[in-house]
Design a protein around this ligand. Sequence first.
Ligand code: GLY
Length: 398
Amino acid sequence: MRLKLKMLVACFVLVSIHSISAKKSLNVVIDKALQHATEQSLLMAKSLENEVGKLPRSYVNGKLTTSDSRWWCSGYFPGVLWYLFENSKNNEVLKYAEEFTARVEREKYTTDNHDVGLMIYCSFGNGYRITKKPAYREVILTAAESLSSRYNEKVGLIRSWDFNKSQWQYPVIIDNMMNLDLLLWASKESGNQRFRNISISHANKTMKHHYRLDMSCYHVVSYDTITGLPHKKQTSQGASDSSSWSRGQAWGLYGYTLMYRETKDVHYLEMAKKIANYIFNHPNMPSDYIPYWDFNAPGIPNAKRDASAASIMASALTELSGYVEKPLRKKYLKIAEIQLRTLASPEYTANIGENGNFILKHSVSSIPHKSEVDVPLTYADYYYVEALLRMKSLLRKK
Ligand code: GLY
């Protein structure tokens, strides 16, 4: 009897030691990944320091590609720098975060596409959260006015794109859910209820019309501006109109998670859980949880993976884990951990000074457009660093 008891205690101690060291090693992985991201991002910032107005975009055929602030991703590199400053308190990183954020300021007046929300919230939003500079606050509030000018009462959604008018009356893409973070922040900050109402209407109509019965979503839904109902459901960057484009599924997961955070409406929580269930139980999801660029991509298992979709999913899932009951929380965190460990491995993480000084390799912008395929992308880096910080903060609380 005594022996049995001793063995039981020994087993318990062994299991505890094992789980503590496993937890520790994830901490180590995260700290190393953040250190690497800081070194790599400083190299990137220095390489563009004297290129007036330029922001990194990708690294294609051995060459760094850049954009000005007009490109939809302009806010991501400044956002990476803000996160890395928050983590490291390194003043050189702060100097560059301020410098590259300033390069995006003119976008506060953008009214010709929905991406103003992402451009400004990832750059100035993080900058304001960390520094509380009043000038940054004004930029975000101006951007909220610009973004909300794209809302049509009859349709009840924010219009995404202005091009292809002969094909789409009022195109709304699933990606647009990401812009609601800025609007909801602006509503809280300014007391302007309209920003909140727009966000809620947009999220509700997207829930109704973008999602299929299996909880996958279309990329583009175009609405009839007279009836306010969809007249086309299509793709732009996915494998086909009926396919499940991975980054679109990731945007939706992130979008409904943020909607729940900001409103505490359980419909959004249920929605995020259902999307997660679809994504992470999909038969075409690889065991390392780095999705193919489309769940229905031709050529699976030889199709390209998309690290950007994995980063967005990891970040969203880590946040969502904080809103669900224990068994699901454990499951979500386990998946996010596998994603982060894979992304932090040499398979996806670039050597210092390589990969155009981007952090991650192997993302896909658009295979149908033959654009930026299997390359680094700023949004992969941004959501990866965000996910690392979210996970780090959870581990600290444990
Ligand atoms: N929002 C554009 C994209 O995800 O490629």
